[in-house]
Design a protein around this ligand. Structure first.
Ligand code: GAP
Length: 442
């Protein structure tokens, strides 16, 4: 079994239409990526899986889709204008810019090799700014949100007043975020435009530690349910020097990416910091009245904050395998959980003649009601299976001459490559059951 290197994943993503460099025909834009036909489906499936697990499966979490552009005071209140910075140095010779905490300032410039060429470190704000309206002045300056969370805090009162939610409750949101990252290596791991899946859980002060433990457990279980190898996931607790300016306690779920262990998701105890700040800056009362006890308080917040685009890289890295088969052929296979695989079922007539193509095409159209399908009638069947393995399609259905006699088809499972005969009337149920009971076979 060969290792999943980043180069292999990047190459497969480009070759099969998962992910492309943004504006590639113009030489590309650093840190910006486009999701191709299979990539957007994979990303949407992960998003939908998260949304279902984080809203539908709990009776006290509601959804929100706040605007990317917000009032600039939001970012003053949240502390991002003052504190959301990286320490940067420039090389005076070649003008390259580096994160001061990621290079040896005593060494030569990694780009041009000049010694003693770095400027003094200075803080560089990661927020992208733009202007709203027709006049470009101080008064029209706004920011692209660097996290989705602030939209949730700004709407906290509206949600409480309109949705009959009671503390403890959560607000979930998926959306784009933007950061002017200087180090954008490692493919889509760190990009300037990315997507987050965040949930802010509002609790009574004093109950935050209990809920913090609860959400840590729930979030790890989520990745197990998504079929990610448990040995590739671990916890990392933030030390005092790593804690974000708003956090009392923070743990990252790390994943073993091809370049090593790295953050996948953060679970943070943000205390009442954000709501209190928004009270001060907006002048609005953001307290919550507990109607049973008549107590009024600013809720504490336990946040679960996952990168959706980083989840895509995790899913690809976790799924990628090169297997050497008995005949020494190497098969590249993506072991996606069927719930997130971009194509669920491939329908393949053994040959297109003798009416097999028509039967298979009709079956494909029927299956589209229930699954994302792919119809392929060209080339040797073995090669068609390999193409489906390489994009992670968990089920292949083959229509052959026996189908014309008894209405049965061959169902092939991607991971085990086992094939069984199933009646066409039973195929939807068979795939549903296999997906529900899916366990990864190495
Ligand atoms: N609201 C809290 C927050 O934004 P964060 O640790 O800065 O916390 C949360 O970000 C998650 O967002 C990270 O764990 C990561 O998955 C994702 N993320 C952050 N910056 C990213 C970037 N530049 N590119 C891709 N994903 C990023």
């Amino acid at each position: 079994m060969a290792e999943a290197t980043m180069d292999k994943i990047v190459s497969l993503c480009k070759r099969r239409g998962f992910i492309f460099q943004s504006s590639e025909i113009y030489g590309g834009l650093a840190g910006s990526w486009d999701y191709g036909p299979l990539g957007v489906q994979l990303k949407n499936n992960i998003r939908d899986f998260w949304w279902k697990e984080m809203t539908q499966m709990y009776d006290n979490i509601v959804g929100l889709d706040a605007a990317i552009l917000m009032h600039p005071k939001v970012w003053e209140a949240s502390g991002h204008i003052k504190n959301f910075t990286d320490p940067l140095v420039d090389c005076k010779q070649c003008k390259s810019r580096f994160r001061a905490d990621q290079i040896d300032l005593e060494a030569a410039c990694p780009n041009c090799g000049t010694k003693d060429s770095f400027t003094q470190p200075r803080n560089f704000n990661l927020m992208f700014s733009t202007h709203i309206g027709s006049v470009e002045d101080e008064g029209s300056l706004i920011y692209l949100r660097p996290e989705t969370a602030q939209g949730i805090y700004a709407d906290f009162k509206s949600v409480v007043q309109s949705s009959r939610v009671k503390v403890p409750f959560g607000i979930a949101q998926v959306g784009k975020a933007f950061r002017n990252e200087i180090t954008t290596k490692s493919f889509i791991f760190r990009s300037v435009e990315f997507e987050q899946m965040e949930m802010q859980f509002f609790v009574k002060p004093g109950e935050d530690d209990k809920w913090f433990s609860f959400w840590r457990e729930e979030r790890l279980k989520f990745y197990h349910k998504m079929g990610i190898k448990p040995t590739s996931l671990r916890w990392h607790q933030h030390g005092p020097d790593e804690l974000a300016f708003y956090a009392k306690e923070a743990f990252d779920i790390q994943f073993l990416f091809p370049m090593g262990w790295q953050e996948l998701e953060g679970v943070h105890n943000r205390t009442d910091y954000d709501l209190s700040q928004h009270q001060i800056f907006s002048g609005k009362d953001l307290t919550y009245l507990d109607q049973e006890t008549n107590e009024r308080f600013v809720p504490y917040v336990v946040e679960t904050s996952a990168g959706l685009t980083r989840n895509v890289l995790m899913a690809l890295s976790d799924a990628y395998e090169e297997q050497t088969l008995e005949n020494n052929e190497v098969r590249t296979v993506l072991h996606f959980h069927p719930a997130i695989a971009p194509v669920t079922v491939a329908v393949l007539p053994l040959v297109k003649k003798d009416g097999l193509g028509e039967v298979a095409s009709k079956l494909d159209k029927e299956l589209r009601e229930d699954f994302t399908t792919f119809y392929d009638q060209n080339g040797a069947i073995g090669r068609r299976y390999r193409r489906m393995d390489e994009i992670g399609t968990p089920y292949c259905i083959t229509v052959d001459y026996q189908t014309l006699e008894d209405n049965s088809v061959t169902l092939r499972y991607r991971d085990s490559m086992k094939q069984i005969r199933v009646s066409m009337n039973q195929i939807v149920q068979e795939i549903r059951t296999a997906t529900k009971n899916y366990k990864r076979v190495e």
